[in-house]
Design a protein around this ligand. Structure first.
Ligand code: FAD
Ligand code: SIN
Length: 518
């Protein structure tokens, strides 16, 4: 087993991890680990853009109020104010890293509109904002003399010890997925930037890396976690049953004038919200779900034919091309859409500096719960949160007096699992994804949650005898931990709010479960 020493170890190479690395590396040695290629992140798939107050007609107060409204009253207002005030500087920092945002004719940043925003405030690079950010940050990190990147290195577990009253994190156990070697990496601070857990659902816009590993590691280490019942569903993923991935049709398209319509072409969103197709995302996703059921339709449609000529191809080339590839010419045809799991609003609890409840352990980006998103995230606030809190964490970690805490260090002996386990791992993963989609999806019932709780116990049992540590085994165990966290949170949440919507009102779930059981 190799043992390596760094000042800071960052798990994750998306917007949050790379921003932290670049900001902390001026005076420190930083190691960035990722379980796939450097650029295979949720960040790279982001389409719409990044929110910030950048025009004279907009104000911090409006961005704050839009965020609080979308969050359905459960945001931490202090954190929201903190982030919104730092958003313009975050955009400037990204520009300094060579992100070339689209500009208007007067050379200022062109600002798009998305759901829940009362102003045009989304900085973007056509419909591939995330990819442009990922490429710029990846390049900067690879050129930095103080940053080492190890791709295909899977974080297995955090190393912690208790000193007095405090739990302290001093390292991480890692699997080199290429050689099969296990490594122990020690550092003054460990930064979780592992992204979300969309893979917990059968249909998700998230790439396969999004298995909630950092969240599960934090849970095993005993860190505080909250708001896991609030999983955000995006209303417009491309309906393409022939495809293995779920392609997003950006909300920015609705911001540019596209409308959600029924199979007969009729509008329906005005009956749900005065903002129509641009209402907060949880409301739109539920409306689409309800209308699909009412019309017994496998999908609804997005009408982008009303955009001015040429705009679709010019501003949304990725969406236009993907639709074309399945025979939909979005200039003249309606785009078939369905909702899909999109974003984990809860996560590892942090303060404004990214500190978790464990000394030496930081969490930034989608894995963290800063309190910004409350019960439902406002569009394009996620990339922003990643940059703002990564920069704050880097500032904080530099001035704090962290030392290596590894007095109790004992090397754990790991071994690879048997290849014959692959089948059971795959079967369990598919079963849990279907279970979550069917029982803990956009609209939830007490019966569904109860069923999911029983089924979870069985799925956990099916993995009980798996020995050994591979990325695949660990991922499915981590997904089960995420399911458990979501179900626990659902049972405790008494009311329907934001991303947690129960069919019955008012919801007294515990009582209902008792009724069902008796
Ligand atoms: P990620 O970018 O997901 O990176 C996670 C990293 O962690 C990866 O490098 C991965 O390899 C690594 N990792 C995970 N587990 C391990 C492990 N066990 N060991 C080692 N490494 C590990 N948000 C917006 O604000 N605007 C948008 O327009 C937007 N569009 C989106 C479109 C799509 C299709 C999707 C999926 C999301 C979108 N989002 C958008 C959300 C946003 O992209 C993500 O929330 C954000 O990119 C998360 O960044 P991150 O740095 O936290 O994690
Ligand atoms: C989108 O482009 O619709 C996604 C925006 C987001 O998730 O914030």
């Amino acid at each position: 087993m190799d043992s390596l020493n760094y000042d800071f170890v960052v798990l994750g190479s998306g917007i949050a991890g790379l921003t932290f690395a670049l900001e902390a590396a001026a005076q420190n040695k930083v190691l960035v680990l990722c379980k796939a290629a450097l650029a295979e992140t949720n960040t790279a798939y982001a389409q719409g853009g990044i929110a910030a107050v950048l025009s004279a007609t907009d104000s911090f107060e409006q961005h704050i109020q839009d965020t609080l409204t979308a969050g359905a009253g459960l945001c931490d207002e202090l954190a929201v104010r903190f982030m919104v005030a730092r958003a313009p500087a975050a955009i400037k920092w990204l520009q300094q890293q060579s992100v070339l945002f689209d500009t208007a004719t007067d050379e200022t940043i062109a600002l798009g509109l998305e759901g829940g925003h009362s102003q045009n405030r989304i900085a973007h690079v056509k419909d591939h904002t995330g990819l442009s950010i990922q490429q710029a940050l990846s390049k900067a990190v690879l050129q930095h003399p103080n940053i080492t990147v190890l791709e295909y290195h899977f974080g297995l577990d955090l190393l912690t010890q208790t000193i007095g009253q405090e739990k302290v994190c001093y390292g991480v156990q890692v699997l080199d997925m290429v050689t099969g070697n296990y490594k122990t990496i020690l550092a003054k601070a460990i930064v979780l930037a592992t992204g979300g857990s969309g893979q917990v659902y059968q249909f998700t816009t998230n790439p396969t890396i999004a298995t909630g590993d950092g969240l599960a590691m934090a849970r095993r280490a005993g860190a505080a976690i909250r708001n896991m019942e609030f999983f955000q569903f995006h209303p417009t993923a491309l309906y393409d049953p022939g495809s293995s991935d779920t392609f997003l049709i950006s909300e920015a398209l609705r911001g540019a004038g596209a409308e959600l319509v029924l199979p007969d072409g009729g509008s329906f969103m005005q009956q749900y919200h005065p903002l129509g197709s641009l209402a907060p995302r949880d409301i739109v996703a539920r409306a689409v779900y309800e209308q699909m059921h009412m019309h017994q339709s496998e999908c609804l449609y997005l009408d982008a034919t009303r955009l001015p000529g040429g705009r679709l191809q010019r501003n949304f080339p990725g969406i236009y091309t993907r639709c074309k590839s399945i025979g939909v010419d979005a200039v003249t045809d309606l785009i078939p859409i369905v909702p899909a799991a999109h974003y984990q609003c809860g996560g590892v609890v942090t303060n404004l500096h990214g500190q978790t409840s464990i000394v030496g352990l930081y969490a930034i980006g989608e894995v963290a719960c800063t309190g910004i998103h409350g019960a439902n995230r406002l569009a394009s606030n996620s990339l922003l949160e990643g940059v703002v809190f990564a920069r704050e964490a880097a500032k904080h970690v530099k001035v704090s007096d962290l030392q290596l805490h590894c007095t109790a260090f004992k090397s754990v002996v790991y071994s690879l699992p048997d290849n014959r386990d692959d089948k059971i791992v795959l079967k369990t993963k598919k079963a849990l994804q279907t279970l979550m989609w069917e029982k803990v999806g956009i609209v939830r019932t007490a019966e569904g949650l109860l069923h999911a709780t029983y089924e979870l116990a069985e799925l956990k049992y099916s993995l009980k005898y798996l020995q050994g540590y591979s990325a695949a085994v660990q991922e499915v165990k981590n997904l089960l931990t995420v399911v458990e966290l979501i179900l626990d949170a659902c049972v405790l949440r008494r009311e329907s709010v934001g991303g947690h919507f129960m069919e019955y009102e008012p919801v007294q779930l515990q009582t209902r479960i008792q009724d069902i059981c008796s």
